[in-house]
Design a protein around this ligand. Structure first.
Ligand code: C2E
Ligand code: MG
Ligand code: MG
Ligand code: MG
Length: 292
């Protein structure tokens, strides 16, 4: 029908716009239902210590598994979930699944592995966030320092006073804070000394051309040096080649996350990956720096 009216550009435009609105309404309804039906599942992407190749932990990455089995990536629903507030119940389900995985890891004799969970800006400014997270960890009987929360610079910068307070509460309770997508947000570096940050995750866009683009090499090298001078650990995101991995290892980047080690894995495949990985006594993901 839109095609039949295709010659009339003005008409076509309004038609496209209303189609888009209908599409978004439908997606919002589907998303609301999916939250109710718990159609969200969590994949886990291992993080590796490049020095000895052992796993230090994993990042929890949400996927929408539709009734027909298709898997939808977060880029296609997180923005709308954020806009509609559905990210709050959705994020809660992700945290629950991450906690469940932490209890499984403990039962498997791998309590040194930590799990990192992404917090959206809306979750981060939730009033009872700290209480809810601590209550959940305690309900699962999980040591607080096995959970890491990933927050983007932009989310941290929206309300500085509140951010300092929330991060201090979380860190005070033993939860590790990681800055996600470091280098891409709008921020001021002064927060690195004002906030209790354990880890910087260098954004994939700086890693992509590593070892091929000298300016990226220098940028990443400088970020690693700066982080280490501040006592902050570094994770390189999106590492895809053995050359990049070797380069990062030589510069003492503590953790590697990327397809070169593993893609994000569904529950069972992640457990199989863990069985193949070897625990190193005393090698806690968050104390690697001291061994190097
Ligand atoms: P992120 O937190 O920066 O997660 C890393 C993304 O990079 C993941 O995409 C991961 O699959 C991808 N990745 C990892 N290694 C490689 C690599 O070597 N090459 C390439 N090309 N990509 C790699 P994913 O899972 O699609 O997630 C995208 C974003 O969605 C995440 O970026 C995060 O911002 C958001 N997200 C994912 N799960 C959650 C969640 O549970 N809650 C919230 N609020 N956001 C989430
Ligand atoms: Mg992340
Ligand atoms: Mg990231
Ligand atoms: Mg990202």
């Amino acid at each position: 029908e839109a095609k039949a009216r295709g010659k009339n550009r003005y008409c076509l435009f309004t038609s496209d716009l209303s189609e888009r609105i209908v599409f978004l309404r439908q997606l919002e309804n589907n998303l609301r239902q999916a939250v109710g039906n718990r159609e969200f599942t969590v994949f886990f992407q291992p993080k590796i210590d490049p020095v000895n190749g052992t796993m230090t932990g994993a990042e929890a990455l949400v996927r929408w598994r539709k009734e027909d089995g298709t898997i939808v990536n977060p880029a296609d629903f997180i923005p709308l979930a954020e806009e509609t507030g559905l990210i709050i119940p959705l994020g809660e389900q992700v945290l629950e699944q991450a906690c469940h995985m932490l209890t499984i890891l403990e039962r498997l004799g791998r309590p040194e592995l930590s799990i990192a969970v992404n917090l959206s800006p809306l979750q981060f400014v939730q009033n009872n966030l700290v209480e809810r997270i601590l209550a959940m960890l305690d309900r699962h009987g999980i040591a607080h320092d096995r959970l890491e929360l990933e927050i983007t610079e932009t989310a941290m910068m929206t309300n500085l006073a509140k951010t300092v307070d929330t991060l201090n509460q979380l860190a005070g309770a033993g939860i590790a804070i990681a800055v996600d997508d470091f280098g891409t947000g709008y921020s001021s570096l002064s927060y690195l000394k004002r906030f209790p940050i354990r880890t910087l995750k260098i954004d994939r866009s700086f890693i992509r051309d590593l070892t091929r683009d000298p300016s990226d090499d220098q940028l990443v090298e400088t970020i690693i040096l700066m982080a280490h001078n501040l006592g902050i650990h570094v994770v390189a995101e999106g590492v895809e080649s053995a050359e990049q991995l070797e380069w990062l290892k030589q510069r003492r980047c503590e953790q590697i996350q990327g397809y070169v080690c593993s893609r994000p894995l569904p529950h069972e495949a992640f457990l199989a990956f863990i069985e193949r990985s070897v625990p190193v006594p005393g090698n806690r993901g968050n104390t690697i720096l001291e061994r190097s």
